[in-house]
Design a protein around this ligand. Structure first.
Ligand code: 5AD
Ligand code: SF4
Length: 468
């Protein structure tokens, strides 16, 4: 059964925000102090950061873009690979000078990295200016933690081990037109390389009522692109015995409004034909399926504890392509998993050639403390993994280019997201896959759909012009 944090406990935290706001007025007067959140990792973390921002706003802080100007800093960490942890530690190190310059600054570190005891201990001992850490299940305790830090109480390092759902935490959405909607938390799969089940607990599905209510609110607030989020959204509802993901999506599609619906991430062992049917039938559902395969070799898939074979995976892809014409398919692939031979790796390349993914997110295997794969023999030397990675990238570049070229001459409905980084007269947006599409425009278009005639393609992006 899904466990919920008692609403009274959440309300008590929200009440505390008022006391913090009063105290901030005493310290800073009428000018509200800033908060800054450094987010690392996946969309789930981004969604969590929106809750951290919601709480910080309720406490009376205002968002700022420069950590120097912030008197409250959160670092929302990721633990998926070593690189993510190194980056988090380097941000924490970087913010020391801010604390030295403005000692009243409160620095808190949350997320997956500090849900691991050895990492929380390291922060405690090596970064004495960090006021507190909070695990992924303790986000709702932020008011209490900030209040403690303001009142110079002792430092806290919360690892609650209780992964309950806290509803009713305020959410601050920077871009309300593009919204995350968490439908479940945690993961039960224990893929042998992955730290997620250890840092985000078991699967907990939110109720359809809570999700539908939030979806309606999002649409009313102007959401044009909603992504249903979870580590494995295909098993939504299995813990509660209620609606499954396909039924839930059909219900969300009934909400009136001009929005599109996506979902992330799927596990092939649970990807149902009904879900494919929803994508085929429902106009609001974007024809993009992110279906991480991880490896094309059955031996490696078994060692990864993925519980499907390459053949079963290809079966899903075949049904998907048949049912959803011109579907965009993307994947995650791990290179250099322990025991991966050249032959195993060739099977991954072969699968990529067959599927012809629009995009692939590829990662060199990174051992994670406490996972079974970290203790496996036959760890692959980095030089071998990185050579394999280069081959994979080269192949995928060719395929991505071919996949992107299929859009040239076509008109795509693009949601404008931002001004291009390198050219302020160019806008960037997305259609189905998370591939940027650039076109001339101005910032007033942000958050609007535009029909874009695609004029050229390269391996990473498309270019086009507005066609009314
Ligand atoms: N090393 C490398 N990549 C990993 N992933 C998860 N754990 C690891 C690890 N230990 C990748 C998987 C997953 C994606 C989110 O991150 O491909 O799908
Ligand atoms: Fe990690 Fe596997 Fe769960 Fe995805 S399904 S979060 S890869 S354990």
């Amino acid at each position: 059964m899904t466990q919920y944090i008692e609403d009274s406990a959440v309300q008590a935290q929200l009440e505390l925000c008022k006391k913090i706001e009063e105290k901030l007025k005493e310290i800073y007067g009428e000018e509200k102090p800033g908060f800054y959140i450094q987010t690392l990792g996946c969309q789930q973390n981004e969604a969590d950061s929106e809750r951290m921002a919601g709480l910080a706003s309720l406490m009376g802080y205002v968002p700022v873009n420069d950590p120097e100007k912030a008197r409250l800093i959160f670092i929302n960490t990721c633990a998926i690979r070593e690189h993510a942890e190194t980056r988090a530690l380097s941000f924490i190190g970087e913010y020391k000078h801010i604390k030295d310059k403005y000692p009243e600054t409160i620095i808190g570190v949350g997320g997956c990295m500090v849900t691991q005891q050895h990492r929380a201990d390291r922060i405690k001992h090596s970064y004495p200016y960090v006021s507190f850490t909070f695990d992924t299940g303790a986000l709702h305790l932020l008011p209490e933690l900030v209040w403690g830090a303001m009142n110079k109480k002792s430092r806290r390092f919360v690892i609650s081990d209780k992964y309950e759902i806290a509803e009713n935490i305020p959410i601050y959405r920077e871009k309300p037109f593009k919204s995350w909607l968490s439908i479940m938390y945690g993961c039960n799969n224990f893929c042998s390389y992955c730290i997620v089940p250890y840092v985000r607990g078991r699967e907990r599905s939110r109720t359809p009522d809570a999700i539908l209510k939030e979806a309606r609110e999002l649409v009313a607030l102007g959401a044009k692109d909603i992504t249903l989020l979870g580590q494995n959204v295909n098993s939504y509802g299995k813990d509660t015995g209620g609606m499954d993901i396909a039924q839930l999506m059909r219900e969300i599609c009934k909400i009136e409004g001009d929005f599109r619906l996506r979902f992330m991430t799927s596990h092939p062992k649970d990807a149902s034909d009904d879900l494919i049917a929803v994508m085929a039938e429902e106009e609001k559902v974007v024809p993009h399926f992110h279906l991480p395969v991880q490896s094309g070799s059955d031996k490696i898939l078994k060692a990864m504890n993925r519980r499907y074979t390459a053949e079963k995976y290809m079966g899903i892809i075949e049904r998907l392509k048949k049912s959803v014409p011109d579907v965009s398919i993307t994947s995650d692939i791990i290179v250099g998993f322990p025991g991966e031979t050249d032959e195993d790796f060739e099977m991954t390349l072969k699968m990529m050639e067959e599927v012809r993914y629009d995009m692939v997110f590829s990662f060199i295997y990174s051992p994670r403390v406490g996972t079974p794969a970290a203790a496996m023999e036959n760890q692959i030397p980095h030089s071998v993994s990185s050579e394999r990675m280069n081959r994979l990238l080269k192949l995928q570049d060719e395929i991505s280019l071919e996949r992107n070229e299929r859009f040239v001459g076509k008109v795509l409905r693009v949601l404008t997201e931002d001004v291009s980084k390198n050219n302020s007269s160019m806008m960037t947006g997305k259609a189905d896959a998370p591939r940027p599409i650039h076109f001339e425009g101005d910032s007033s278009m942000i958050g609007e759909y535009k029909n874009i005639l695609i004029t050229s393609a390269d391996k990473y992006s498309l270019r086009g012009e507005i066609k009314e």
